[in-house]
Design a protein around this ligand. Structure first.
Ligand code: APR
Ligand code: PHB
Length: 399
């Protein structure tokens, strides 16, 4: 085994995984269950990845996969199952009975960082290699059957030789950019607004999620537990968070959720931040010995709550391909990995764009504004339209 100059003779594994987010950790666990070795390299600390507040809606398929993989006990205990959502506009609420419309499928509210905590605990319970706080990660020889990953850990340079590399390092990772120019086709849409998200230690004022369209902008009432509320406001993405003192946030939430006989309860805000809204897809999701998964290959606006779920679907497909390859040498599933994933990626891109343009205040002319209103009323009055929204929201069994 050759060693790159300046690097201590490296480790050898079957699958080198860059990134310990939901994609990388789920992949490592699925491979472990099939006796396939992997090493995860993560550049942040364990504390950081376990505390990073992100979304918190799990599709039926994601819950089923995590439970079947033996990492769903706490999810089942603490996750909150919802059979519907409310669309609110014009001071009225309209419930979309998703479970009734999809043969009983539902969503589960369970923070992304809780999923990450459970997967890290499982990984460490069987001493699965997981290096935190690695630096200078770089991937090499992607167009050979012996790719490698170099990195610095605890001040020492290391090299990990593997059969394949899974690029699960998110939107700002290094793996996607390591693919030679001209190979990838990149699709991007950046929305002219962002989301200001807060975490507040107050009991949620709602049993189910409320998606509110208001002429002052979109608002979302979500939750994390019976004591923890998660709320979002459509804001100017370039406005500094300092311009949003807590009082102003609550005042705006009250106005956008206004509905006769309904009250939003306030409480201490313990976390707040503004995130941009973008749609992004890199095609193909495979180059040589490198397979991209999750945010490394695609990003969706949060309105459809799809980011984590499509990342888990990617690695489910990748694990199946690797199991087939290591099991029989057959490469069909690996060769079709990118096409298989991109079918679902574009489905959720379309749904996330639909939800985003349905529910946000768009700077459009009066005609477009009326169309948006008509679309909202249609979704809330037509069972066929509501069923379409519901089946996409709880997660399509097949695409
Ligand atoms: N080297 C090692 N690790 C890296 C590097 C790097 N150069 N760059 C990024 N990482 C790590 C990040 O610190 C992060 O922990 O890769 C991980 C990528 O995880 P996520 O961004 O959570 O992406 P993914 O696992 O694909 O999950 C997608 O995450 O961002 C949410 O909304 C998104 O829900 C979606 C989900
Ligand atoms: C969340 O709970 O953080 C959440 C819920 C629904 C979304 C986005 C985020 O569409």
């Amino acid at each position: 085994m050759r060693t790159l100059p300046g690097y201590s003779p490296g480790m050898r594994t079957q699958v080198g995984i860059v990134g310990a987010g939901p994609a990388g950790l789920t992949l490592a666990h699925l491979l472990h269950l099939e006796g396939i070795e992997s090493v995860i390299l993560e550049d942040r600390s364990r504390e950081y990845v376990e505390q990073r507040v992100r979304a918190g809606v799990l599709e039926q398929g994601t819950v089923d996969l995590l439970v079947a993989a033996g990492v769903g006990d706490r999810l089942r205990r603490e996750g909150i199952v919802h059979g519907g959502i409310e669309l609110r506009f014009g001071g009225q609420g309209h419930r979309i009975p998703m479970s009734d419309l999809t043969g009983g499928r539902a969503i589960t509210i369970y923070g992304q960082q809780e999923v990450v905590k459970d997967l890290i605990a499982a990984r460490l319970s069987y001493d699965g290699p997981l290096l935190f706080e690695v630096a200078e990660v770089a991937v090499h020889d992607l167009d050979t059957p012996r790719p490698s990953i170099t990195y610095v850990h605890n001040g020492r340079r290391g090299e990990l030789e593997c059969d394949v590399i899974a690029g699960c390092d998110g939107f700002r990772g290094v793996c996607r950019d390591s693919i030679p120019p001209g190979v990838l086709q990149l699709h991007e849409r950046v929305y002219p607004f962002g989301w200001l998200g807060i975490l507040a230690t107050v009991a949620p004022s709602t049993e189910e999620l409320i998606y509110a369209y208001h002429e002052r902008g979109f608002a979302l009432h979500s939750l994390r537990s019976p004591k923890l509320s998660r709320l979002y406001l459509q804001v100017d993405p370039y406005e500094p968070i300092e311009d949003w003192p807590d009082e102003r946030i609550w005042e705006e939430l009250h106005r956008r959720f206004e509905r006769e006989g309904w009250t939003l309860h306030e409480g201490p805000i313990i976390e707040k931040g503004i995130t941009a809204m973008r749609s992004f897809v890199a095609e193909p999701m495979h180059y040589g010995s490198l397979y991209l998964a999750g945010d490394a290959a695609h990003v969706v606006p949060a309105t459809g709550a799809k980011g984590l779920n499509v990342a888990v679907h990617d690695v489910k497909v990748l694990a199946e391909g690797l199991v087939e390859w290591y099991g029989s040498g057959a490469t069909e599933l690996l060769e079709s990995y990118s096409d298989t994933c991109l079918r679902r990626v574009w489905r959720v891109q379309d749904f996330s764009n639909f939800m985003t343009t349905l529910l946000h205040r768009l700077d459009v002319d009066a005609f477009e504004d009326r169309l948006q209103r008509a679309r909202l009323e249609y979704v809330c009055s037509s069972e066929a339209a509501a069923r379409s929204l519901a089946e996409n929201y709880v997660g399509l069994e097949k695409v």
